[in-house]
Design a protein around this ligand. Structure first.
Ligand code: 13P
Length: 253
């Protein structure tokens, strides 16, 4: 059961799915059933952000983006910045999703710059970390998490990191239907929290929310959320299905 200091957060990562019309429809359906005791965040594709922002206006459901560039403006064709995200009403931004690391070569050093830009604009960064299957089999899980977190968070003080959210997403569990067991997830989450405590002190470590992502579904969310260091979930495929996503945000822990 999540520590009382930390409000649970469930985010839906819609990835490169849904048209504008489909995004608006899904946002309306989620909004109609969202609870208040949980922070719910929707991360549509960039093109749907303004329209979904309009649906969510004055509601407790928050808007997030799936990525951004680290510069605030300039000659960077094709990129979207923290200023653009603020301008359309985003409160959150996913950074370092494993699909961005894998297909677009995003590095921990680049993520450090992106987190800097997010913090400067008062956007809540959701930093995604997690090991591949090969790394887990080679017993490198903790080493990978440590490298990803320490490099991306170098140079920040606890005040700058006070809004940080970490999402532990083991790559082998993403889109595979193979969820980490609650014990595997708890072990990784506890490692993340202990690392944060060692580097930035216990008060920060106790306030940072650590989400689990990777084949989260209506029928496994309750067992995951029963673990002490799981503060929520980052949901991919199931966030596209209104009934399933609403069951997830109404988890019982
Ligand atoms: P799935 O829930 O589809 O496994 O995706 C997880 C994910 O990548 C969320 O960011």
């Amino acid at each position: 059961m999540t520590h009382s200091l930390r409000k649970p957060l469930i985010a839906g990562n819609w990835k490169m799915h849904l048209t504008l019309t489909e995004s608006v429809r899904l946002a309306r359906e989620v909004l109609g059933g969202a609870p208040h005791k949980v922070d719910v965040v929707l991360c549509p594709p960039f093109t749907a952000l303004p329209a979904v922002a309009e649906v969510l206006r004055n509601s407790p459901v928050q808007l997030g983006a799936q990525d951004m560039f680290w510069e605030s403006h300039g000659a960077y064709t094709g990129e979207v910045s923290s200023l653009h995200l603020k301008d359309v009403g985003c409160r959150y931004v996913l950074l370092g999703h494993s699909e961005r690391r894998r297909y677009f070569g995003e590095t921990d050093q680049q993520l450090q710059k992106k987190i800097h830009a997010a913090v400067a604009q008062n956007l809540v960064p959701i930093l995604c970390v997690g090991e591949t299957l090969e790394e887990r089999q080679a017993e490198q899980t903790f080493a990978v998490l440590e490298r990803q977190l320490i490099t991306a968070l170098t140079g920040f003080n606890p005040i700058q990191l006070s809004s940080l959210v970490v999402a532990y997403e083991p790559v082998w569990a993403i889109g595979t239907g193979r969820t980490a067991t609650p014990q595997q997830a708890q072990e990784a989450h506890r490692f993340v929290r202990e690392l944060l405590a060692r580097q930035w002190g216990d008060p920060l470590a106790q306030s940072v929310r650590v989400l689990y992502g990777g084949s989260v579904k209506a029928d496994n969310i309750d067992a995951l959320m029963a673990e002490r260091d799981l503060d929520g979930a980052l949901v991919g495929g199931e966030s596209l299905k209104p009934a399933a996503f609403l069951r997830i945000v109404h988890f019982h822990a």
